[in-house]
Write a protein that binds this ligand. Structure first.
Ligand code: DQA
Length: 152
């Protein structure tokens, strides 16, 4: 069975109550449940992980190497300045899709730069929590699993 790891960085544990005008009212548990369900329907096992700590995120990326087909990663604020997370993504063979709930390019100038984008497969942002779903849908297509769904 194909395996996808969904990773969430700092403060995303507060989704639902954190700046809802920017991030909406959906909780992290809701997002994870949505992704696990969509994944399972397509034959993808989805594991979810959140940490507020840079080193813990680096450790999880390293541990994911050779154990997952894709990683969907919202590194939150670390996106904009973490060389350590960028290097960890570059060091592993699992392709990483960068995700953001908000459109980082429409926000403050410091959010326009992603340290991670150059070492990620692609970036999806600005679609709300559906940014995660769009990334998972891309993974399902890349794995060819959408064809199996059509014939089911
Ligand atoms: C975010 C955007 C980041 O700039 C911010 O620091 C976050 C969340 C997003 O999902 O829109 O914490 O990654």
């Amino acid at each position: 069975m194909a395996k996808v790891l969904v990773m969430h960085g700092p403060n995303l544990n507060l989704l639902g109550t954190r700046e809802p005008e920017i991030y909406g009212h959906t909780t992290l548990a809701d997002i994870n449940e949505m992704l696990v369900r969509r994944g399972n329907a397509a034959g993808v096992e989805v594991d979810c992980y959140q940490s507020n700590h840079e080193g813990a995120l680096v450790d999880r990326l390293q541990a994911a190497n050779h154990n997952y087909d894709y990683i969907i990663f919202n590194a939150a604020a670390y996106t904009h300045y973490s060389v350590a997370i960028r290097d960890a993504i570059a060091a592993i063979e699992v392709p990483v899709i960068e995700v953001h709930i908000s459109n980082i390019h429409q926000r403050e100038a410091f959010r326009h730069t992603s340290m991670l984008a150059p070492v990620c497969l692609g970036q999806i942002c600005g679609l709300g929590v559906e940014s995660y779903l769009a990334a998972l849908e891309a993974v399902i297509y890349k794995l060819g699993l959408h064809k199996k769904e059509q014939t089911r």
